[in-house]
Design a protein around this ligand. Sequence first.
Ligand code: K1U
Ligand code: ZN
Length: 167
Amino acid sequence: MALLDILNYPDPRLFTVAKPVQQVDGRIQQLVSDMAETMYAAPGIGLAATQVNVHEQVITIDISDQRNQLLVLINPRIIAKDGSQVYEEGCLSVPGIFEEVTRAQHIVVEALDVQGKKFTMEAEGLLAVCIQHEMDHLLGKVFVQYLSPLKQNRIRTKLVKRQRELA
Ligand code: K1U
Ligand code: ZN
């Protein structure tokens, strides 16, 4: 297992569109394992491969209090959605920034599991928010892109300044 580096907004690599996984093999299973370790260590409730500079459709999620219910979504697809909810989101690639985003309340998702087996699941509330947030990462979209251009510029300036100070 290994801890992976997480890209920070506005790194242009975060805007890359991920490709579908062709085969769920040992390489992908190792990626899942490293992503889970990175997500738990951060700590976060989700991580998309895009955030660790791997541009394939792989997501890890665990919203459980005990941090023992890992959900792996490979090549996820939302096949139905309804309702709406507002949630104050955070992102490991946008540290220290929390903003409200409106998303579907209830979704039905089709994906492959870590063994490459197709499954369908329903999600609502925080799990639905987290899945939609992570699927956006795979499309090269970061949650701040739902905000006004003014807010996006402020966040960009703040994070670039912070990264310069840390360098
Ligand atoms: O995609 C990411 O960067 C992970 C992100 C997921 C997320 C959080 C909130 C709403 C939507 C998506 C995070 O995990 S940010 C950290 C966080 O929310 C958290 C960390 C530890 C415990 C509880 C929450
Ligand atoms: Zn994120």
